[in-house]
Design a protein around this ligand. Structure first.
Ligand code: DHB
Length: 389
């Protein structure tokens, strides 16, 4: 009798587990940790828009599973908020993937949590080199600052620039950009005549830019996060008359970000940048992406973060197809390592060893095409790995 009832409970328990698994098994849940409010609210909107554009193009079902997006707002660079939301996504929402991360501090904060939970995590922007080394469950589909900065240093030297002042935002990606530019440029024979780091929150660019003007370099190399900070930097560059003094602005594409480039105005014309994506990229994949994106958001111009959102979803669909809808974390990571995709930016690949992205880096010039400003690509460095590893 005792034996029989134990057997009954064993069967009943198994049934409950199977039923729960079957219900959860109808979906693939993707938890987004993104900045949706505050100074960096554009980041989350770009990323979620890009992911939604992918679903718009490819349907919301893959390998028989419905894709469910769960979006959580980190509110800005807020490691403690990011950690709490990551835990909720894992424990309460039982997501299959954690994705997003406009900002480095949020990505670094959740690395131990996703490691512990064995949760495949896709970085769709945060660009400090070290992030992917912090967890074997992290892959990056965006870029690193070192990856786009080294080509800028080489391009500058090759084009006769010898004396440069650097200006970066004072945190992970800015420090990587400064370090990489200095190393690459001085190795070629160039000179760094000064360096300044500006705060990430509410920087007053005027006095920093004036100091640069007074030092009379041939060019400024700059990185600040895309969006409001980029607009602030361009405004000071114009107001303090650096262009009139013949001081060129060389930067990573964050500064001439497609999302705000029209707000930069004509003072941005002629600015040279290096980056992985431009709206003006001429390919069938980009045309299809832009058409899908336009159905999702007609106000915000898509930028590199939107494309990374799109690519992150492409990666998830590929994992789902290869695993026939059953998302085992370690098998998912195996698919992601070495994955190749045809991105709207061009061909991309995830390095199997570092789980970081390998991609072409374009040299671009801000030009007016019709009524709008664009980063028009005119040269490229092929299949660039992160030199920061
Ligand atoms: C970060 C990197 C960027 O390139 C950018 O534009 C904004 C933020 C980051 O890693 O925090």
């Amino acid at each position: 009798m005792k034996r029989a009832s134990m057997k009954f409970w064993a069967v009943a328990l198994a049934t409950i587990v199977v039923t729960t698994a079957a219900q959860a098994g109808d979906t693939i849940k993707v938890g987004f940790l993104v900045e949706m409010t505050g100074t960096f609210s554009d980041f989350g909107q770009h990323i979620v828009n890009g992911a939604t554009a992918y679903i718009q193009q490819h349907g919301d079902t893959v390998a028989g599973k419905k894709i469910v997006l769960i979006v959580r707002d980190t509110t800005g660079p807020a490691p403690e908020v990011a950690k709490r939301l990551a835990q909720e996504l894992i424990v309460k929402d039982e997501v299959d993937f954690i994705v997003g991360f406009g900002l480095t501090p949020n990505a670094l904060a959740v690395a131990p949590i996703v490691t512990e939970a064995r949760k495949p995590t896709i970085i769709m922007n945060a660009a400090t080199s070290v992030i992917t080394t912090k967890s074997p469950y992290i892959v990056r589909v965006s870029f690193t600052l070192a990856q786009v900065t080294e080509p800028m240093a080489e391009w500058a030297y090759k084009n006769g620039v010898r004396k440069v002042y650097t200006l970066v935002a004072d945190y992970g990606p800015g420090n990587d950009a400064e370090k990489t530019f200095k190393a690459a440029f001085t190795k070629l024979g160039g000179e760094i005549v000064g360096s300044v780091r500006v705060p990430l929150q509410n920087p007053e660019f005027g006095p920093f830019v004036q100091r640069i003007k007074d030092a009379k370099p041939e060019a400024v190399f700059a990185f600040v996060p895309a969006g409001e900070l980029a607009v602030g930097l361009m405004k000071s560059y114009r107001e303090r008359g650096l262009a009139k003094e013949g001081i060129r602005l060389l930067c990573t594409g964050d500064v001439t970000d497609d999302g705000v480039i029209d707000a930069l105005g004509d003072s941005a014309l002629g600015v040279i940048s290096t980056h992985q994506y431009s709206m003006a990229h001429d390919s069938p994949e980009n045309k299809a992406f832009l058409a899908a994106y336009a159905k999702v958001d007609t106000k915000l111009r898509p930028n590199f973060m939107a494309v990374a959102g799109w690519d992150g979803m492409a990666a998830i669909y590929e994992v789902a197809r290869q695993l026939k809808g059953d998302i085992d974390p370690d098998k998912a990571m195996q698919v992601l390592r070495g994955l190749k995709l045809d991105s709207p930016r061009g061909p991309i690949q995830i390095d199997a060893d570092t789980r970081d992205i390998v991609q072409d880096v374009y040299v671009r010039e801000v030009k007016k095409v019709g009524d709008h400003l664009y980063n028009v690509e005119f040269d490229k460095f092929v299949a660039v790995k992160d030199p920061g590893k």
